[in-house]
Design a protein around this ligand. Structure first.
Ligand code: AMP
Length: 323
């Protein structure tokens, strides 16, 4: 997660819920990608530390446990930069220019200067992040799939040159790998301002749900509406555990027998019920002085031990270890 803002419902259903399940089944490393935040926000780093702690409070809020998983900060494990540099030697620039998000983001985020080497190298740094821990599975949202495809190619090329040193990673997607935005845009995203934050109050959530985009042709409650692709129903599917209620709302919506107010009020209630325990654990984590810093520094220390082993292996394979 990049500390470029507060975490939202897209992060929750696209990544975090998987993170929580995985921590019961596998050895997990979860990190705050502060260097990655700089790839698009280098000009203003004033909120980086605040967002780092805020994001990790959300992780704890959703049920991640620093005793079960390793939480760390990317820049506290500088081996990531070394691996990135060494990988950059074997990767042709056009491979990075071809990654779809490169051009897409430059077009979408016109107000930002995305012409840096850092931004071009984003998925290569990500490759280093993942390969450092011999990661087999990377639980991410759909927008990261192309990056991991590049990671696989990079690892193959590196291994072709230097032997079987690094492991090829695969993405692991949830059922809601791309949660739409409140405005009906295809993706909920910090930079598009179409989010509900995990840290929003119940009143804010209700207000944001009321503003949500629905079926535009339904100017009156008695006009039959479309459920498919309607973000209000996508959110019901993602967050409302009462499937009977959701099925009933869908049937009445299709028949023009329910108003938007009822559909949205039920969604806001379901969301707030889902977020309440998250809010409580998040607030408790933030209330403990020094707690989040301690977790992140201890996790970074543990991550660095693994990273040092990987780098010894990489340097040996590249014959730059000078025995
Ligand atoms: P980012 O905010 O770009 O650092 O994203 C952190 C993680 O959340 C990545 O794995 C993204 O793929 C995932 N993510 C972000 N937004 C969404 C969304 N709207 N739907 C699903 N996953 C998302």
């Amino acid at each position: 997660m990049r500390p470029t803002g507060r975490l939202h419902l897209g992060h929750l259903v696209g990544a975090l819920t998987h993170w929580v399940t995985l921590q019961q089944q596998a050895e997990c490393f979860y990190f705050v990608a502060d260097w990655h935040a700089l790839t698009s926000d280098f000009a203003d780093t004033s909120q980086l530390t605040t967002y780092t702690y805020d994001n990790v409070a959300d992780w704890i809020g959703v049920g991640l446990d620093p005793e079960k998983s390793t939480f760390f900060i990317q820049s506290l494990v500088p081996e990531h930069a070394e691996l990135y540099l060494l990988l950059s030697m074997v990767v042709p620039v056009p491979w990075l220019e071809r990654v779809p998000t490169y051009k897409e983001q430059q077009e979408t985020l016109k107000e930002k200067d995305l012409s840096s080497i850092g931004f071009l190298g984003y998925p290569l740094l990500q490759t280093a992040d993942v390969a450092m821990y011999d990661a087999t599975l990377v639980p991410v949202g759909e927008d990261q799939v192309a990056h991991l495809e590049l990671s696989r190619e990079v690892v193959r090329r590196f291994n072709n040159c230097f032997g079987s040193v690094l492991v090829e990673p695969k993405p692991l997607l949830t059922k809601f790998a791309r949660l739409p935005g409140l405005d009906g845009d295809k993706k909920m995203s910090k930079s598009l301002g179409n989010t509900i934050l995990l840290s929003d109050t119940p009143e804010e959530v209700t207000k944001r749900v009321r503003q949500m985009y629905t079926d535009p042709k339904r100017i009156r409650a008695d006009i039959p509406g479309t459920v498919e692709g309607n973000p209000v129903f996508t959110y019901h599917d993602a967050f409302n555990p009462n499937t009977e209620e959701v099925d009933d709302l869908k049937a009445r919506y299709r028949a023009g027998k329910v108003g938007d107010v009822e559909v949205k009020t039920k969604l806001a209630n379901a969301l707030n019920a889902h977020l309440d325990p998250i809010r409580e654990r998040r607030a408790a984590a933030l209330a403990r002085p020094g707690y989040l810093r301690e977790i992140l520094f201890e996790g970074s220390r543990r991550a660095r031990i693994v990273a040092a082993e990987t780098m010894t292996r990489v340097r040996d394979a590249m014959k730059i270890s000078y025995p």
